[in-house]
Design a protein around this ligand. Structure first.
Ligand SMILES: [Fe+2]
Ligand SMILES: [Fe+2]
Length: 202
């Protein structure tokens, strides 16, 4: 398998995940898979809400329509992994990381600015998920799950790039870069203050 390994240079995340996380996650794979299933579901619904809100942005509608299909197929694949292991989907749970990050999507009458923030927050969630999938791929013993997380890592890295590119379709590149720098800092502060949990992807 040729190895695509997103690193800090590509993902630009300021703070790596606490290395303890992957060990506790592996011991709680049922909880992690359930949480992961909801992450994929939320990724799909978040992209749908952008399509609904910005129907005039043709490129966004086209690209996110493809992305929704991919996220939904990820959701199906996580469900399959759950079923194989005799687990159910379980209840939805709040994603504190996403809740805190989403508070930085500035509201108000500046429609393009809000869109940029939303796209960049989505890009960061993709980047962090990609980083976590890489840890799972590299560290867990289950070979089937290793392959699964490798494939998802590659896919989410592509989504990360697409969200940043889309932001630059609708706002000047220098504005997007400056805002992304701020959000990268915010994201690392959120990660620093969140205790690594055995039952959460983030
Ligand atoms: Fe996904
Ligand atoms: Fe994604």
């Amino acid at each position: 398998m040729s190895e695509l390994q997103p690193n800090k240079t590509i993902l630009r995340l300021e703070l790596p995940t606490d290395p303890r996380w992957v060990n506790i996650a592996e011991k709680n794979i049922e909880e992690i898979l359930v949480d992961h299933a909801y992450c994929e579901q939320k990724a799909a619904t978040s992209a749908i809400s952008l399509i609904v809100k910005y129907p005039d942005k043709t490129k966004l509608v086209d690209e996110l329509t493809d992305l929704v299909a991919e996220e939904w197929s990820h959701f199906e694949r996580v469900l399959e992994q759950l079923k194989k292991r005799g687990y159910g989907l379980g209840r939805n749970r709040p994603d504190e990381y996403v809740v805190q990050l989403s508070k930085h999507i500035r509201k108000g009458d500046k429609r393009e600015r809000q869109l940029m923030d939303h796209l960049l927050v989505n890009a960061l969630i993709e980047a962090r998920s990609c980083e976590r999938f890489k840890l799972l791929w590299k560290n867990i013993a289950d070979e089937e799950l290793q392959k699964f997380y490798y494939e998802l890592m590659v896919s989410e890295a592509g989504h990360y790039v697409s969200f940043v590119k889309l932001a630059k379709e609708y706002m000047p590149a220098e504005v997007v870069d400056a805002r992304f720098k701020e959000l990268l800092q915010i994201e690392s502060d959120i990660i620093r203050n969140l205790e690594p949990r055995p039952d959460r992807m983030h």
